[in-house]
Design a protein around this ligand. Structure first.
Ligand code: SAM
Length: 288
């Protein structure tokens, strides 16, 4: 008989489990049985997930795993996987890692050569894309845009010449400002779509040009409470190329910062020499 110390322990699996984005019926039977079966669930907010699990009669042990403790949690979780325990990772809503914690843990588990399995399911960006009527063959998910207008315009300017459909998450108090900045930087004629409260009781879709949607939200004609996904059509072939994008980035930064700082930030964003960008800042400032 081999002694227990020499017997190879089969490592456990980390299951990355998608949970509902609003409608509890969207949880798959496999998601529920996995959350029931694992030894431990690492959850973005254990109180939130406890409520969800209670509605399904599941009382699996949990620990928190969020932005501020993810790194510190990794060694202990790797140890438990190595000892043969199966674990699950969930976030507050939808698919973990998508604008949610979990990337560092999954990366560490993969790097350690331990098994990871996705349990796919709800995800706001995929749900939105699937209903928006905008092209889905190529898209770029850019997460949340910056909170302040200058950096937000700079981030949008970087995406201006991309042919892919652009997908963003947005907060209720910034949706109007994001639409206004997008119309200004990307051009008001682009097709856009806003999905609010997807899968929930007050689900609403808004479609139109960026200028039209920006105007409707600015005028308070549309409901600004709830959760939002913003989708914008990609650039067409006639969209001006990179040289003008650099100007747009500089102009947006110059609205908030002195030329030296604007050049410094732009050099990082655009991966271009700072001195040349500083020179261009001076030209743009003089041009007024
Ligand atoms: N991991 C999640 C996923 O798979 O979609 C997203 C988490 S992210 C922190 C939360 C953001 O996703 C919200 O601010 C909103 O932009 C978007 N979102 C989540 N649920 C939504 C819903 N039901 N309708 C519209 N947008 C939603």
């Amino acid at each position: 008989m081999p002694s227990s110390s020499s017997a190879a322990v089969q490592p456990g699996t980390l299951f990355v489990v998608a949970t509902p984005i609003g409608n509890l019926d969207d949880a798959s039977p496999r998601a529920r049985s996995t959350l029931q079966a694992v030894a431990l669930i690492a959850a973005e907010d254990t109180r939130h997930t406890r409520t969800l699990l209670a509605s399904w009669g599941i009382d699996t042990d949990m620990i928190s795993l969020h932005e501020h403790n993810e790194e510190a949690r990794i060694p202990g979780l790797l140890e438990r996987l190595r000892s043969g325990e199966d674990l699950a990772l969930v976030s507050d809503a939808g698919t973990p890692l998508l604008a949610d914690p979990g990337y560092r843990l999954v990366r560490a588990v993969v790097a350690a050569g331990l098994p990871v399995r996705p349990i796919p399911g709800p995800c706001a960006l995929v749900a939105a894309l699937s209903a928006s009527g905008l092209p889905t063959d190529r898209f770029l998910f850019a997460g949340f845009l910056p909170a302040k207008s200058g950096p937000r315009q700079a981030a949008l300017a970087q995406l201006r010449s991309m042919a892919s459909t652009l997908v963003f998450y947005e907060t209720p108090h910034r949706i109007a400002a994001a639409l206004a900045d997008a119309a200004q930087v990307l051009g008001g004629e682009r097709e856009a779509w806003v999905g609010r409260e997807l899968t929930k009781r007050f689900e609403t879709h808004y479609a139109g040009s960026l200028a039209d949607l920006a105007q409707r939200f600015a005028a308070g004609e549309e409901e600004e409470r709830g959760e939002f996904v913003l989708i914008i059509g990609g650039a067409d072939a006639s969209t001006p190329a990179t040289e003008i994008d650099a100007d747009a980035v500089l102009e947006a930064l110059l609205a908030e910062l002195p030329a030296s700082k604007a050049a410094k930030v732009a050099a990082k964003l655009l991966d271009r020499p700072r001195q040349a960008l500083f020179q261009r800042c001076l030209e743009l400032t003089q041009r007024g």
